[in-house]
Design a protein around this ligand. Structure first.
Ligand code: GTP
Ligand code: MG
Length: 147
């Protein structure tokens, strides 16, 4: 199964949306592999958003993501990278459909509540930025055959 890195951003932590957001991935059927509340360092933020380095909004991005605690997670499931981005909704809040996390809860594109990896390569880099391999928990679920 595929793994992805999902992160509840500082705005969603402040708004008390950790539970709401985690619940959506649980109910979809994905399996939680790791999770922790952390305050990102500037270095960690620059590594996380390395692909956006040089863009005009990069500074704002780093200062926003380090402005408060985030809830960092690793989740597992078939096609989870694409499927979780569908649940998250479009980056631009004007295009984020109702029923998606951003469509339901986000008012501004730069405070869009949740991050999800966009490729297997990004997922691997982002997971390594927060978790050691010993923190990734392997376990079986009886429900698996029904998902
Ligand atoms: P992340 O899950 O945060 O990576 O969002 P994403 O994958 O949907 O979008 P992307 O990686 O392209 O951009 C990262 C973040 O930068 C977004 O979540 C936005 O908050 C912000 N961002 C992206 N494009 C723009 C832009 O054109 N202007 C501004 N101000 N912010 C942007
Ligand atoms: Mg992205």
């Amino acid at each position: 199964q595929q793994q992805t890195f999902l992160m509840v951003k500082p705005d969603a932590v402040q708004r008390g949306l950790i539970g709401e957001i985690v619940q959506r991935f649980e109910r979809k059927g994905f399996r939680l592999v790791a999770g922790k509340l952390v305050r990102m360092t500037e270095q960690q933020a620059e590594f996380h958003y390395a692909e956006h380095k040089g863009k005009e909004f990069f500074g704002d991005l780093v200062s926003f993501i380090t402005s408060g605690p985030v809830f960092a997670m690793v989740w597992e499931g078939d096609e989870i990278i694409a499927l979780s981005r569908t649940l998250i909704g479009k980056t631009n809040v004007k295009e984020a459909a109702p029923g998606t996390i951003r469509g339901d809860f986000a008012l501004h594109t730069n405070r869009n509540l949740i991050h999800g990896s966009d490729s297997p390569e990004s997922a691997a880099r982002e997971i390594s930025n927060f978790f050691g391999t010993e923190e990734l928990v392997r376990y079986e679920r009886q429900i698996e055959q029904w998902l």
